[in-house]
Design a protein around this ligand. Structure first.
Ligand code: IMP
Length: 226
């Protein structure tokens, strides 16, 4: 399937490329098309913004489009910056400094606060026949001193306890298996497989109680995301 990855964020684009190209998707990027104004992300949810972007590029360019919206929800900040994660400041380094300053301010006013946080990713795949929408999340903790040089965005202060590393210390392939984007992609691939089977029901699938569907298992095998 040919697919436009509708993002101008190079960090995200390379993660999608790494995950989807081995699955046989032929990916194009916005750079392969004449320049277009970016749509305003006016919705208050990740899902709403992903849908808004996928619909916009599909209507402008008439090709299957994958768009996402993602960000960081920090519990001590009541879920901020959330859908505004990219708008906190102009560079990753500044975004991290501003976020930490907000947490320190909140702690100065309210005492010790939980450092729990989660990355959220909503993906909308817009096809001529309709939309497929999924979400993925990954839980972690915000640390005060950035660690690691990989990844992008808030990765250096997002500590992932099961690996005892920040996301910026994970190898790209580890992050591509564990991240919120990977979770959402797994769900997307399973849904694509299910809808292909629904459109071509010659080999009905036997459901086994408590197990993943064959569609979902073969998507995972196909893309090495399991
Ligand atoms: P979007 O382009 O509106 O989805 O903005 C997402 C913003 O959230 C990015 O600019 C990053 O600051 C942050 N973000 C999303 N995903 C990640 C990630 O995997 N690692 C680190 N930061 C992320």
């Amino acid at each position: 399937m040919r697919l436009l990855i509708a993002t101008s964020n190079p960090g995200k684009a390379s993660e999608y490329r790494a995950a989807l190209e081995p699955c046989g998707f032929e990916l194009s990027s916005l750079a392969d098309f004449p320049p277009l104004a970016e749509p305003q992300e006016t919705e208050s949810t990740f899902r709403g913004n992903a849908r808004l972007k996928a619909d916009y590029y599909f209507e402008q360019l008439a090709v299957p489009c994958l768009a996402d919206d993602s960000g960081l929800e920090v519990d001590a900040l009541g879920g901020r910056p959330g859908v505004r994660s990219a708008r906190v400041a102009d560079s990753d380094r500044q975004r991290i400094a501003v976020l930490l300053s907000w947490i320190h301010e909140a702690e100065a006013q309210r005492g010790t606060l939980p450092r729990t946080a989660r990355f959220v990713c909503a993906i909308c795949l817009r096809l001529p026949e309709g939309r497929i929408e999924v979400e993925g999340t990954v839980q972690g903790q915000i640390i005060d001193t950035p660690r690691g040089s990989r990844g992008f965005g808030y990765d250096p202060i997002f500590y992932y306890p099961p690996r005892r590393k920040t996301f910026a210390e994970l190898s790209p392939s580890e992050k591509n298996r564990l991240s919120h984007r990977a979770q959402a992609l797994r769900r997307l691939l399973a849904k694509i497989q299910t809808s292909r089977q629904a459109a071509n029901p010659r080999r009905p699938e036997k459901k086994r109680k408590g197990s993943q569907s064959e569609a979902s298992r073969s998507s995972l095998r196909l893309c090495n995301l399991a």
